[in-house]
Design a binder for this molecule. Structure first.
Ligand code: NZQ
Ligand code: ZN
Length: 386
């Protein structure tokens, strides 16, 4: 196990009714706040009214930025920075899914930066200060509620980049699974694929000595496999929603990756799909993951696929290679069982931009991944997924 620095500073209020803690928790951070949310789901399910009530009861001054897009745009970030500056707001409160929280994070850092916040998206060293960020999570997927990453798009340039920083980890997150009852089945499936992909990115590491982290990963994966179908069939299953929500945070908050070298591979590839085609992140991941697995399976990496097959899917019969291949097949079948597409062509993606997408993905650190991948490898994986 390699050395690591543990830093998970986010206070978590998890469970039914935890929204009642919002006002006091927010007030302890700031008396003024920018309230950031998406396209209106929080108004439909009643959460917006609860949030406003909490802010009002605690005398917190607020302005709003609404309409944050899935795959949040840099334009929304700039608008948020403008509102904060004009109104001298000293904190940012995101109420929504990963897109809303990510947008809030770069607004928070952008407010303390003397330039265009896009600079901070492409170069995280430019984030040296940030307003405090808090979150009320409504979708189990990205883990943004407990991590320092923010992924922002500039679709005018077909660019989507992630920026990671300790300063933008939420100071607190309110996670009430009941507010995810309204997440549609398609989004539940995509969110689950995202949680599983974060876990895979951490699990498929060349570090063999991080035994405990590998078992954490297997626990997260089994949780998704057990509860995603239930959440889709019974959207108001508290048990299913609660387990998915906590899995979302655990997959990416560091618990599964401390002590390992984890250069991510499928995410940089998917971000190019989103940048060019504005697709749902989890859908792109569900398509690419099994093809990436098939591509990186070799004698050197077999050990981990065998552990995956045995410990996650309970496959015990066969040679190591048979177990590894069966585990990849199970992964494919599972995503398909959630109604997720399994080919790029199913979502209207052809090979037109493969060259430039592969070049940009490869520049995202793929040479340090589970096995090193370069531009041609990425093109091959995209082709296999067509
Ligand atoms: O905008 P509203 O109306 O709120 O609707 C949203 C949106 O349409 C809806 N939704 C959210 N909560 C709901 C709900 N609908 C009904 N009931 C609820 N309770 O779901 C749609 C998708 O929301 P979004 O926030 O875009 O989804 P997600 O949480 O999957 O976030 C995706 C974004 O996060 C980035 C992705 O690239 C993508 O841009 N990521 C962020 C990461 C991070 N910060 O660590 C890591 C990830 O790998 C990922 O890249
Ligand atoms: Zn992701």
């Amino acid at each position: 196990m390699q050395n690591f620095y543990y830093n998970i500073p986010t206070k978590v209020y998890f469970g039914k009714g935890q929204i009642e803690n919002l006002g006091a928790a927010m007030k302890a951070v700031s008396e003024s706040v920018l309230l950031v949310y998406g396209g209106g789901s929080i108004k439909k399910n009643g959460l917006y009214d609860k949030v406003i009530d909490q802010l009002a009861k605690n005398g917190i001054r607020y302005c709003e930025l609404s309409g944050v897009e899935p795959n949040p745009r840099i334009e929304s970030v700039r608008e948020g920075v403008r509102i904060c500056r004009e109104n001298e707001l000293k904190a940012v409160l995101a109420v929504g899914g990963g897109s809303t929280i990510d947008c809030a994070k770069i607004i928070a850092s952008g407010c303390c930066y003397d330039g265009d916040p896009w600079d901070q998206v492409v170069d995280n060293s430019k984030i040296t200060e940030a307003l405090p960020v808090a979150a009320v999570l409504t979708l189990a997927a990205t883990g943004s509620e407990m991590d320092g990453f923010a992924v922002i798009s500039d679709l005018s340039k077909n660019e989507k980049w992630g920026s990671g920083n300790e300063l933008t980890k939420p100071v607190f997150s309110i996670m009430d699974p009941e507010y995810t009852f309204t997440v549609p089945a398609r989004q539940t499936a995509a969110g689950t694929a995202d949680i599983m992909s974060h876990t895979f990115e951490n699990y498929f590491t060349s570090e063999k000595g991080a035994y405990l982290q590998a078992r954490f990963c297997e626990g997260v994966l089994k949780t998704c496999i057990r509860y995603a179908p239930e959440a889709m069939e019974k959207p108001d299953s508290y048990e299913a929603r609660a387990n998915l929500m906590w899995a979302s945070s655990m997959a990416i908050n560091g618990i599964c990756s401390y002590g390992e070298n984890t250069a991510w591979a499928v995410h940089p590839m998917e971000h190019e799909l989103s940048a060019f085609y504005d697709i749902t992140h989890g859908v792109g991941l569900a398509i690419l993951t099994p093809y990436w697995m098939e591509y990186v399976l070799n004698d050197e990496t077999m050990w981990r696929f065998v552990e995956y097959g045995k410990n996650v899917w309970g496959i015990t019969d066969g040679t190591d290679e048979e177990i590894a291949r069966a585990a990849i097949e199970k992964t494919k079948e599972f995503f398909a069982s959630l109604g997720l597409p399994s080919k790029l062509s199913e979502i209207g993606i052809d090979d037109e931009h493969f060259d430039i997408m592969a070049e940009k993905a490869a520049a995202g650190g793929l040479e340090y991944g589970f096995i090193p991948l370069y531009k041609d490898d990425v093109i091959n994986i995209f082709r296999n997924a067509l």
